[in-house]
Design a protein around this ligand. Structure first.
Ligand code: GLC
Ligand code: MG
Length: 680
């Protein structure tokens, strides 16, 4: 990721790359992980967001904290003051956060899964691990859901190999092959180059000489972890049973570092023991080298030594999703024999630098190695193809070039959407937000409304929202009929629903948040037959809003109704407006709560929000630190707010009153001087 960020930032079309990750304060990890912002290139930064506990957590237990990461990311974006053009999420957890941010911000998401939950679950089940263990250890269901939602939202999914697309992504419900592109990750090839100049005595070369009787013979080189899946014993059998191959070439096995095999974990211990036994069985002394230790810098040198000896690189792994070592070998001018699986298939197809083999067939493996070593002309062709192919397909600069082309296609693509203007949300960059009730506040005086609209349209730092009892489509219609531009945010159905921007993206977080202790059906049953209450028609009923017409002369007082509900262990927020309407909402919902939620989510302090209303359902948003404006034509149930702090009673009616409020608070000239307690 860091290499990608650096390489991307070098591209002239890219103005900024922020790599968002988690901030960790933990003596178990380097203190670097606690640094909030780290510059890694002139245009690239690692930004570490504090979310969840301070200590290190393994990725499988991060899930409950990801919503907080999304909130932190919004704050970060606000502090940058510019909305990114693209979010690219890597791995399932980031996919979850990315899907949310992309939807909220109205920008395209690119997703890369790296490895996928459904495939992992399948493999673990194959290994005989019980489903419930997989579930508790790996939070598999959540991971898969996150992957599904990322694929659902993503405009583009980038995979590393063709096989990943065909076999892994295809297991997902939201798999859309048209939205997928294979762009293999780059490799830092700067350390890998073919041998040049005379041989020099390097420590690793000396080390090999300790093992080999004739070190000048071609070298069959294998480099991997000491892991069962790397299938090294089959390679040993292939070599051990092929005397012609033994005559022709040495075998060099680099399988991690060790001091004392008997002290290793069970996996590598058993594997290395098996290797020693096989070496002894086939009596390979003098022909095989298996150094105890090597330094990371020895690896490029090993490829070069093998290339210089006219040798071959072998990757015999049982499965190989990517195959980084093959690319390194190719860049070192070393031809290869590799397992016929996803990564090698692509690499050999691009680089044309060797042969593919069946990793389970030791005889065939031995013969393929012999074959590969026996034709000098073909060997030279492979060596030079590999060198070219590695740079052409697998360098970071080629990755970035293809990636940027894909981004240009994405950003250029919604030609139709462009006609109606960019759909990016403005909320992260505005400095102030006006939120108006619609009926009897915005509407009522056309001339004043037109004046208000000019203010809103003319100021890029001023956001505009509405908060209404109407449902979404009814609100949109009445706004449109009255020439009001589509707001940046719509709080509808008395605060139970929030939608953003021209694309009307619903805030699903809000829906989940307010669902708490809400039982609409039981509330309705309990209020059946209460005098003075009559259900409003179907179109006014919403999932989180139960609405009645109320006759205040016949109905019991609101306080009594609330008590009645509580006695039945039901809770609801009762909102009485215009002496004619009664809305029951979840206890977490109201226009006022929705306004506060918006402020918290988007980082807009209440003192930077001017709210205007005329009736009972506006009460909660008028109260508190927000700058409240009650229009002159207000309904009697608001009378009790007179004299409360930060609530201005305008004398002008409707939008005229709102204009008066803007003036009163000098709201239009309020600029972004951070107020106390506000994040810088
Ligand atoms: C709007 C809604 C209605 C609600 C009233 C008061 O008129 O359509 O359902 O009861 O506002 O909030
Ligand atoms: Mg109103």
């Amino acid at each position: 990721m860091v290499e990608l960020a650096r390489a991307l930032a070098e591209h002239p079309d890219v103005c900024r790359v922020d790599l968002l990750t988690r901030q960790i304060h933990d003596p178990k990890v380097s203190s670097d992980y606690a640094v909030p912002v780290e510059q890694i290139a002139p245009k690239a930064h690692i930004v570490r967001l504090p979310f969840g506990p301070r200590r290190y957590l393994r990725k499988e237990v991060l899930w409950p904290h990801l919503d907080s990461m999304a909130d932190q990311a919004l704050q970060h974006i606000r502090s940058v003051g510019r909305i990114p053009d693209i979010i690219h999420s890597h791995y399932a957890d980031a996919g979850y956060v990315g899907a949310r941010l992309a939807s909220l911000l109205g920008i395209p998401l690119i997703h890369t899964g790296h490895s996928l939950g459904r495939e992992k679950r399948r493999r673990l089940l194959d290994q005989g691990i019980p489903a419930h263990v997989i579930e508790t250890q790996y939070s598999m269901t959540r991971r898969i859901e996150a992957e599904e939602s990322a694929m659902d939202v993503a405009s583009l999914v980038i995979a590393s190999t063709r096989q990943e697309v065909d076999r892994q992504y295809s297991q997902y419900a939201n798999y859309q092959p048209r939205n997928m592109q294979v762009i293999p990750p780059g490799t830092d090839l700067s350390r890998f180059h073919p041998p040049r100049g005379p041989v020099s005595t390097t420590p690793i070369r000396q080390e090999l000489h300790r093992f080999l009787r004739d070190p000048r013979k071609p070298m069959v080189l294998a480099v991997s972890r000491a892991d069962e899946r790397k299938n090294i014993p089959t390679l040993l059998r292939a070599y051990g049973e092929n005397s012609e191959l033994q005559q022709l070439a040495n075998l060099v096995l680099v399988a991690g570092n060790r001091e004392d095999i008997s002290m290793l974990d069970k996996g590598p211990r058993n594997l290395l023991t098996e290797l020693l036994l096989l070496i002894d069985k086939y009596d390979l002394y003098g022909r095989i080298a298996y150094p105890k230790a090597h330094h990371p810098n020895d690896i490029p040198e090993l490829y070069r030594l093998a290339a210089r000896s006219r040798g071959i690189f072998i990757n015999p792994a049982l499965t190989e999703p990517f195959g980084l070592t093959l690319i390194e070998a190719a860049a070192s001018g070393l031809p290869m024999v590799a397992t016929e699986d996803g990564g090698p298939q692509d690499i050999v197809a691009h680089c044309k630098s060797g042969l593919l083999i069946d990793p389970l067939d030791a005889d065939a493996m031995g013969n393929a190695l012999l074959d590969a070593l026996s034709d000098g002309k073909r060997w030279r062709g492979w060596a030079s193809n590999g060198l070219k192919g590695a740079h052409r397909y697998y360098s970071w600069s080629s990755h970035v070039a293809r990636y940027i082309r894909a981004i240009h296609r994405l950003l250029g693509q919604p030609a139709r959407a462009r006609l109606i203007g960019p759909a990016k949300s403005r909320l992260p960059t505005i400095e102030r937000l006006v939120i108006c009730d619609i009926d009897n506040t915005l509407l009522g005086d056309d001339a004043a409304l037109a004046e208000l609209v000019t203010h809103i349209d003319g100021d890029a730092t001023l956001g505009f929202g509405v908060a209404t009892g109407r449902h979404l489509s009814s609100a949109l219609k009445v706004l449109n009929d009255n020439g009001v531009p589509t707001p940046d945010v719509l709080i509808t159905s008395v605060g139970t629903e929030i939608h953003y921007g021209r694309k009307l993206r619903p805030d699903t977080d809000w829906q989940r948040h307010i669902d708490y202790r809400w039982d609409r059906e039981r509330l309705r049953q309990l209020l059946e037959g209460v005098p003075g209450l009559r259900l409003q028609p179907r179109e006014h009923q919403r999932s989180h809003k139960l609405s009645y017409y109320i006759d205040p002369d016949k109905a019991p007082p609101i306080r009594e109704l609330t008590r009645h509900l509580r006695n039945h262990s039901l809770s609801a927020n009762l909102i009485y407006s215009h002496q004619a309407y009664l809305d029951l909402l979840p206890i977490r919902a109201s226009k006022g709560q929705a306004v506060r939620y918006l402020g918290a989510k988007w980082g807009i302090a209440p003192q930077r929000m001017l709210v205007a209303g005329d009736s009972g359902n506006d009460t909660e948003m008028l109260r508190g630190d927000t700058l409240g404006v009650v229009v002159g034509n207000y309904s009697p149930e608001l009378r009790h707010l007179r004299g409360e702090p930060q609530i201005y009673f305008a004398s002008g009616h409707y939008a005229r009153g709102v204009l008066e409020g803007l003036e009163h608070y000098a709201f239009l000239s309020l600029h972004n001087v951070p107020t106390e307690g506000e994040a810088p």
